[in-house]
Design a binder for this molecule. Structure first.
Ligand code: RIB
Ligand code: CA
Length: 309
Protein backbone atom coordinates (compact mmCIF):
# COMPACT_ATOMS: atom_id res chain seq x y z
CA UNK A 1 0.00 0.00 0.00
CA UNK A 2 1.39 3.43 -0.93
CA UNK A 3 0.42 6.10 1.59
CA UNK A 4 -1.59 8.98 0.14
CA UNK A 5 0.15 12.37 0.30
CA UNK A 6 -2.33 14.40 2.36
CA UNK A 7 -2.93 18.02 3.35
CA UNK A 8 -5.34 18.71 6.22
CA UNK A 9 -6.92 22.13 6.78
CA UNK A 10 -8.73 22.42 10.11
CA UNK A 11 -10.11 24.62 12.90
CA UNK A 12 -9.36 22.61 16.10
CA UNK A 13 -11.88 22.20 17.56
CA UNK A 14 -12.49 19.07 19.58
CA UNK A 15 -13.55 16.85 16.69
CA UNK A 16 -10.73 18.27 14.55
CA UNK A 17 -8.35 17.10 17.27
CA UNK A 18 -9.70 13.55 17.12
CA UNK A 19 -9.51 13.73 13.32
CA UNK A 20 -5.84 14.75 13.48
CA UNK A 21 -5.10 11.87 15.87
CA UNK A 22 -6.79 9.48 13.43
CA UNK A 23 -4.97 10.86 10.38
CA UNK A 24 -1.56 10.86 12.06
CA UNK A 25 -1.97 7.27 13.26
CA UNK A 26 -3.03 5.83 9.90
CA UNK A 27 -0.45 4.33 7.54
CA UNK A 28 -2.76 4.97 4.59
CA UNK A 29 -2.14 8.72 4.90
CA UNK A 30 1.18 10.53 4.50
CA UNK A 31 0.22 13.84 6.15
CA UNK A 32 2.56 16.38 4.57
CA UNK A 33 1.00 19.61 5.93
CA UNK A 34 -1.56 20.79 8.46
CA UNK A 35 -3.02 24.24 7.87
CA UNK A 36 -5.23 26.06 10.34
CA UNK A 37 -8.08 28.56 10.11
CA UNK A 38 -10.21 30.25 12.67
CA UNK A 39 -13.69 28.85 13.03
CA UNK A 40 -14.66 26.90 16.15
CA UNK A 41 -12.62 29.44 18.09
CA UNK A 42 -10.20 32.21 17.13
CA UNK A 43 -7.07 31.49 15.13
CA UNK A 44 -4.82 32.01 18.15
CA UNK A 45 -6.53 29.08 19.86
CA UNK A 46 -7.04 26.86 16.81
CA UNK A 47 -3.32 27.13 16.00
CA UNK A 48 -2.34 26.40 19.61
CA UNK A 49 -4.62 23.35 19.59
CA UNK A 50 -3.27 22.08 16.26
CA UNK A 51 0.30 22.45 17.54
CA UNK A 52 -0.53 20.63 20.78
CA UNK A 53 -2.31 17.74 19.08
CA UNK A 54 0.31 17.21 16.37
CA UNK A 55 3.05 17.61 18.97
CA UNK A 56 1.49 14.92 21.19
CA UNK A 57 1.67 12.43 18.32
CA UNK A 58 5.38 13.04 17.95
CA UNK A 59 4.94 13.41 14.18
CA UNK A 60 7.04 16.14 12.55
CA UNK A 61 4.34 17.67 10.34
CA UNK A 62 4.54 21.39 9.51
CA UNK A 63 1.63 23.45 10.85
CA UNK A 64 0.88 26.74 9.12
CA UNK A 65 -1.63 29.36 10.18
CA UNK A 66 -4.07 30.94 7.76
CA UNK A 67 -7.35 32.80 7.65
CA UNK A 68 -8.94 34.22 10.77
CA UNK A 69 -12.00 35.42 8.85
CA UNK A 70 -13.97 34.27 5.88
CA UNK A 71 -13.74 35.78 2.42
CA UNK A 72 -16.49 38.25 3.24
CA UNK A 73 -16.99 38.40 7.01
CA UNK A 74 -15.75 37.42 10.44
CA UNK A 75 -16.02 33.79 11.52
CA UNK A 76 -18.50 33.04 14.25
CA UNK A 77 -17.06 30.78 16.93
CA UNK A 78 -18.81 27.79 18.50
CA UNK A 79 -17.49 27.88 22.07
CA UNK A 80 -20.69 26.31 23.41
CA UNK A 81 -19.53 23.02 21.86
CA UNK A 82 -15.74 23.30 21.92
CA UNK A 83 -15.18 25.48 25.00
CA UNK A 84 -13.45 28.85 25.10
CA UNK A 85 -10.09 27.18 24.41
CA UNK A 86 -11.52 25.13 21.52
CA UNK A 87 -10.39 21.82 23.01
CA UNK A 88 -13.00 21.25 25.71
CA UNK A 89 -10.73 22.49 28.50
CA UNK A 90 -8.43 19.49 28.03
CA UNK A 91 -4.92 20.59 28.98
CA UNK A 92 -2.24 19.42 26.54
CA UNK A 93 1.50 20.14 26.51
CA UNK A 94 2.40 23.04 24.26
CA UNK A 95 3.20 21.82 20.76
CA UNK A 96 6.00 22.74 18.37
CA UNK A 97 6.12 26.24 16.87
CA UNK A 98 4.18 27.05 13.75
CA UNK A 99 6.05 26.77 10.47
CA UNK A 100 6.55 30.17 8.83
CA UNK A 101 4.27 31.46 6.10
CA UNK A 102 0.58 31.58 5.38
CA UNK A 103 -1.70 28.58 4.88
CA UNK A 104 -2.80 29.30 1.32
CA UNK A 105 0.82 29.71 0.20
CA UNK A 106 1.93 26.57 2.06
CA UNK A 107 -0.86 24.56 0.41
CA UNK A 108 0.25 25.77 -3.00
CA UNK A 109 3.91 25.06 -2.29
CA UNK A 110 3.08 21.52 -1.17
CA UNK A 111 0.93 20.94 -4.26
CA UNK A 112 3.63 22.34 -6.54
CA UNK A 113 6.06 19.74 -5.17
CA UNK A 114 3.62 16.89 -5.67
CA UNK A 115 3.15 14.45 -8.52
CA UNK A 116 0.12 14.96 -10.75
CA UNK A 117 -3.13 13.70 -9.25
CA UNK A 118 -1.43 12.56 -6.06
CA UNK A 119 -2.57 14.76 -3.15
CA UNK A 120 -5.65 14.24 -0.97
CA UNK A 121 -6.79 17.60 0.37
CA UNK A 122 -9.00 17.37 3.46
CA UNK A 123 -11.04 20.32 4.79
CA UNK A 124 -12.38 20.10 8.36
CA UNK A 125 -13.41 23.71 8.96
CA UNK A 126 -14.43 26.77 6.96
CA UNK A 127 -12.59 26.23 3.66
CA UNK A 128 -11.24 29.76 3.32
CA UNK A 129 -7.59 28.64 3.16
CA UNK A 130 -8.36 26.05 0.47
CA UNK A 131 -10.36 28.52 -1.61
CA UNK A 132 -7.59 31.13 -1.40
CA UNK A 133 -5.00 28.54 -2.46
CA UNK A 134 -6.91 27.33 -5.51
CA UNK A 135 -8.20 30.77 -6.48
CA UNK A 136 -4.61 32.03 -6.57
CA UNK A 137 -3.26 29.11 -8.62
CA UNK A 138 -6.09 26.98 -10.11
CA UNK A 139 -3.63 25.00 -12.25
CA UNK A 140 -2.50 23.22 -9.07
CA UNK A 141 -5.75 21.28 -9.15
CA UNK A 142 -3.96 18.85 -11.46
CA UNK A 143 -1.87 17.75 -8.44
CA UNK A 144 -5.01 16.86 -6.46
CA UNK A 145 -6.36 13.32 -6.28
CA UNK A 146 -9.46 14.27 -4.28
CA UNK A 147 -10.82 16.99 -2.02
CA UNK A 148 -12.61 15.59 1.06
CA UNK A 149 -14.72 17.90 3.21
CA UNK A 150 -16.71 17.70 6.39
CA UNK A 151 -19.34 20.26 5.42
CA UNK A 152 -22.98 20.90 4.72
CA UNK A 153 -26.20 19.00 5.19
CA UNK A 154 -28.98 17.71 2.99
CA UNK A 155 -31.49 18.16 5.78
CA UNK A 156 -31.22 20.67 8.63
CA UNK A 157 -28.20 22.69 9.70
CA UNK A 158 -26.53 22.98 13.07
CA UNK A 159 -25.67 26.69 13.22
CA UNK A 160 -28.86 27.87 11.52
CA UNK A 161 -31.90 25.78 10.56
CA UNK A 162 -30.56 25.77 6.99
CA UNK A 163 -26.78 25.65 7.28
CA UNK A 164 -23.99 23.56 8.74
CA UNK A 165 -21.26 25.43 10.66
CA UNK A 166 -18.32 25.09 8.20
CA UNK A 167 -20.44 25.88 5.14
CA UNK A 168 -22.16 28.77 6.89
CA UNK A 169 -18.91 30.33 8.11
CA UNK A 170 -17.63 30.75 4.55
CA UNK A 171 -20.23 29.81 1.94
CA UNK A 172 -18.45 31.66 -0.87
CA UNK A 173 -15.28 29.65 -0.22
CA UNK A 174 -17.25 26.40 -0.32
CA UNK A 175 -19.01 27.51 -3.52
CA UNK A 176 -15.62 28.13 -5.11
CA UNK A 177 -14.38 24.63 -4.20
CA UNK A 178 -17.59 23.03 -5.49
CA UNK A 179 -17.15 24.74 -8.83
CA UNK A 180 -13.47 23.95 -9.39
CA UNK A 181 -14.20 20.82 -11.38
CA UNK A 182 -12.28 18.68 -8.86
CA UNK A 183 -13.65 15.51 -7.23
CA UNK A 184 -15.09 16.63 -3.90
CA UNK A 185 -16.20 13.99 -1.40
CA UNK A 186 -18.43 15.46 1.27
CA UNK A 187 -19.36 14.23 4.74
CA UNK A 188 -22.46 16.16 5.74
CA UNK A 189 -24.20 16.36 9.10
CA UNK A 190 -26.55 13.62 7.88
CA UNK A 191 -23.55 11.30 7.53
CA UNK A 192 -21.74 12.36 10.70
CA UNK A 193 -24.93 11.77 12.71
CA UNK A 194 -24.21 8.06 12.11
CA UNK A 195 -20.85 8.43 13.91
CA UNK A 196 -22.75 8.91 17.14
CA UNK A 197 -20.86 8.94 20.44
CA UNK A 198 -22.81 7.97 23.55
CA UNK A 199 -21.65 7.85 27.20
CA UNK A 200 -21.76 4.05 26.97
CA UNK A 201 -19.49 4.09 23.92
CA UNK A 202 -17.03 6.40 25.65
CA UNK A 203 -16.85 4.08 28.65
CA UNK A 204 -16.39 1.08 26.36
CA UNK A 205 -13.54 2.86 24.58
CA UNK A 206 -12.04 3.85 27.93
CA UNK A 207 -11.40 0.19 28.69
CA UNK A 208 -8.78 0.26 25.92
CA UNK A 209 -5.23 0.98 27.08
CA UNK A 210 -3.29 3.60 25.18
CA UNK A 211 -0.77 6.41 25.36
CA UNK A 212 -1.06 10.14 25.95
CA UNK A 213 -2.91 10.70 22.65
CA UNK A 214 -5.56 8.11 23.49
CA UNK A 215 -5.96 9.54 26.98
CA UNK A 216 -6.33 13.01 25.43
CA UNK A 217 -8.91 11.71 22.97
CA UNK A 218 -10.92 10.13 25.80
CA UNK A 219 -10.71 13.36 27.80
CA UNK A 220 -12.01 15.27 24.77
CA UNK A 221 -14.87 12.78 24.31
CA UNK A 222 -15.77 13.22 27.99
CA UNK A 223 -15.60 17.02 27.66
CA UNK A 224 -17.90 17.27 24.67
CA UNK A 225 -21.46 18.34 25.51
CA UNK A 226 -24.33 16.11 24.43
CA UNK A 227 -26.29 17.47 21.50
CA UNK A 228 -29.72 19.07 21.92
CA UNK A 229 -30.40 18.04 18.31
CA UNK A 230 -30.15 14.39 19.45
CA UNK A 231 -32.07 14.67 22.69
CA UNK A 232 -28.85 14.88 24.69
CA UNK A 233 -28.24 11.13 24.11
CA UNK A 234 -24.73 11.86 22.90
CA UNK A 235 -23.09 13.76 20.05
CA UNK A 236 -22.12 13.22 16.42
CA UNK A 237 -18.40 12.92 15.68
CA UNK A 238 -17.99 15.09 12.60
CA UNK A 239 -14.44 15.61 11.34
CA UNK A 240 -13.03 12.07 11.79
CA UNK A 241 -15.60 10.94 9.20
CA UNK A 242 -13.77 12.91 6.50
CA UNK A 243 -10.46 11.37 7.55
CA UNK A 244 -12.03 7.90 7.55
CA UNK A 245 -13.17 8.37 3.94
CA UNK A 246 -9.59 9.11 2.89
CA UNK A 247 -8.40 6.03 4.83
CA UNK A 248 -11.09 3.56 3.71
CA UNK A 249 -14.02 4.66 1.54
CA UNK A 250 -15.31 1.09 1.93
CA UNK A 251 -16.70 2.19 5.30
CA UNK A 252 -19.26 4.30 3.45
CA UNK A 253 -22.15 4.14 1.05
CA UNK A 254 -21.87 7.06 -1.37
CA UNK A 255 -23.21 8.40 -4.62
CA UNK A 256 -22.60 11.28 -7.00
CA UNK A 257 -24.82 14.32 -6.63
CA UNK A 258 -25.06 17.98 -7.48
CA UNK A 259 -24.50 20.43 -4.64
CA UNK A 260 -25.23 24.13 -4.92
CA UNK A 261 -24.65 26.83 -2.34
CA UNK A 262 -27.24 29.29 -1.12
CA UNK A 263 -25.27 32.55 -0.96
CA UNK A 264 -28.19 34.91 -0.46
CA UNK A 265 -28.39 36.92 2.73
CA UNK A 266 -31.14 35.77 5.03
CA UNK A 267 -32.15 32.60 6.91
CA UNK A 268 -31.08 30.12 4.21
CA UNK A 269 -27.58 31.55 3.67
CA UNK A 270 -24.89 28.86 3.72
CA UNK A 271 -27.27 26.04 2.93
CA UNK A 272 -25.85 23.23 0.80
CA UNK A 273 -28.62 22.40 -1.66
CA UNK A 274 -27.83 18.73 -2.34
CA UNK A 275 -29.81 17.11 -5.16
CA UNK A 276 -29.71 13.49 -3.96
CA UNK A 277 -32.41 12.37 -6.45
CA UNK A 278 -31.13 14.25 -9.54
CA UNK A 279 -34.29 16.32 -9.78
CA UNK A 280 -32.45 19.28 -11.37
CA UNK A 281 -30.56 17.11 -13.89
CA UNK A 282 -27.41 19.12 -13.19
CA UNK A 283 -23.92 17.56 -13.45
CA UNK A 284 -22.69 15.97 -10.23
CA UNK A 285 -19.94 17.94 -8.45
CA UNK A 286 -19.72 15.94 -5.21
CA UNK A 287 -19.36 12.37 -4.05
CA UNK A 288 -21.94 12.35 -1.27
CA UNK A 289 -21.29 10.05 1.67
CA UNK A 290 -24.73 8.73 2.62
CA UNK A 291 -24.14 5.82 5.00
CA UNK A 292 -21.41 4.82 7.45
CA UNK A 293 -20.54 1.45 8.96
CA UNK A 294 -20.30 2.95 12.44
CA UNK A 295 -19.08 -0.25 14.09
CA UNK A 296 -16.10 -0.53 11.79
CA UNK A 297 -15.50 3.23 11.98
CA UNK A 298 -15.23 3.32 15.78
CA UNK A 299 -13.19 0.12 15.86
CA UNK A 300 -10.72 1.68 13.43
CA UNK A 301 -10.66 4.96 15.37
CA UNK A 302 -9.92 3.14 18.63
CA UNK A 303 -7.25 0.86 17.15
CA UNK A 304 -5.46 3.71 15.40
CA UNK A 305 -5.54 6.42 18.09
CA UNK A 306 -4.76 3.97 20.90
CA UNK A 307 -1.64 2.99 18.95
CA UNK A 308 -0.23 6.53 19.17
CA UNK A 309 2.36 7.52 21.80
O1 RIB B 1 -20.59 21.36 11.81
C1 RIB B 1 -19.51 20.62 12.32
C2 RIB B 1 -18.21 21.19 11.85
O2 RIB B 1 -18.04 22.52 12.33
C3 RIB B 1 -16.99 20.43 12.41
O3 RIB B 1 -15.93 20.54 11.49
C4 RIB B 1 -16.67 21.18 13.67
O4 RIB B 1 -15.29 21.05 14.05
C5 RIB B 1 -16.94 22.59 13.23
O5 RIB B 1 -15.78 23.06 12.53
CA1 CA C 1 -13.77 21.41 12.29
Amino acid sequence: MTAKPTIIDCDPGTDDAIALFLALSSPELDVRLVTVAGGNVGLDRTTANARAVVGLTGRAVPIVAGANRSLLADFRAETAVHGDDGIGGVVLPEGPPLAPGIAADAIREELRRAAPGSVTVIGLGPVTNLALAFATEPALLDRVAEIVLMSGAWTEGNITPAAEFNAWNDPEALAMLLNLGARVAIATLDLTAQAFVTPALIEAMARREGGACWRAALAIFRALPTSKRFGHRGFPLHDPCAIAWAIDPGLFGAKSAHCAMDLASGPSRGRTVIDRWERLKLPANVTLMETLDAGRFFAMLEDRVASLP
